[in-house]
Design a protein around this ligand. Structure first.
Ligand code: NAD
Length: 260
């Protein structure tokens, strides 16, 4: 295996972020879990991941709507583990509404969490990575970083924005042993998506299987959800030495959605 690294994953007490943290711990890296809460459960979750895989693990609270907390997350992780080698910008939220009725506070929160937080954490991580002449920055974008859907203006804008940010960071750091790439998942069955199924069943008067196939996975040619484990494995690969030449690119993991 590659050298033991320290990976910070934003928004990782649930869903894709947690699976990515698990995947890094699974290959022996130290992991820092994060969200905006600071509960006993959050800290227990990190301890459990560390214990299960025999790696260093910590939970550090930081609200990704707050620039200073984004930057402090990186500094606290570096203090605790000696470095931040891998940064995964994963925290994200969604809101669905037509543009003319889109609530201003929801627009601001989506841009802050899904886009600006990555600017702040990345800016804080770069000096550590330059010093080590090695680093991996992985931004969890979305198929919506490459394609639009109606009623998701803030999300699509933020995800397209993070793909552009990814390319710029990649160019700036290419000679420092640091890569920056975006992962663009299609629909992933996380608790967030799972929770929408009963409502859709009721709204469309369909059974679970039909809702998943005809409504949720309408754009996903495989008609299967991407799994969180698949996204975790892709992140581990992008962070490996074998992926040193993959730089500045959106990597799709969407069952063929963006092939159309
Ligand atoms: P999720 O709701 O399970 O996870 C989101 C995480 O972000 C949680 O840990 C949450 O606590 C954290 N978070 C929210 N607001 C935060 C804040 N202010 N500060 C810090 N952390 C905060 O959802 P998920 O589906 O696992 O989404 C993770 C990422 O993957 C998001 O960026 C999302 O846009 C992206 N994504 C998801 C899908 C999907 O189908 N589930 C598809 C493509 C991209």
């Amino acid at each position: 295996m590659d050298t033991v690294r320290t990976a910070v994953v934003t928004g990782s007490n649930s869903g894709i972020g947690l699976a990515i943290a698990e995947a890094f711990a699974g290959v022996g890296h130290n992991v820092v879990l994060n969200s905006f809460t600071d509960s006993k459960e959050d800290h227990a979750l990190a301890a459990e991941v560390g214990k299960k895989h025999g790696t260093g693990a910590a939970y550090i609270k930081a609200d990704m709507t707050k620039p200073e907390e984004c930057r402090q997350l990186v500094e606290k992780a570096a203090e605790q583990f000696g470095s931040v080698d891998i940064l995964v910008n994963n925290a994200g939220i969604q809101h669905v509404a037509p543009v003319e009725a889109f609530p201003i506070d929801k627009w601001d929160a989506i841009i802050a969490i899904n886009l600006s937080s990555a600017f702040h954490t990345t800016a804080a991580a770069i000096p550590h990575m330059k010093k080590a002449s090695w680093g991996r920055i992985i931004n969890i974008a979305s198929a919506h970083g490459l394609r639009a859907s109606p009623f998701k203006s803030a999300y699509v804008a933020a995800k397209h924005g993070i793909v552009g940010f990814t390319k710029t960071v990649a160019l700036e750091l290419a000679e420092h042993g640091v890569t920056c790439n975006a992962i663009c998942p299609g629909y992933v069955l996380t608790p967030l998506v799972e929770a929408q199924i009963p409502g859709q069943m009721k709204a469309h008067n369909m059974d679970r299987e039909t809702v998943v196939r005809e409504i949720m996975l309408a754009k996903q040619p495989t008609k299967k959800f991407v799994t969180v484990e698949q996204v975790g494995a892709l992140a581990v690969f992008l962070a490996s030495d074998a992926a040193a030449s993959i730089n500045g690119t959106p990597v799709s993991i969407d069952g063929g959605w963006t092939a159309e």
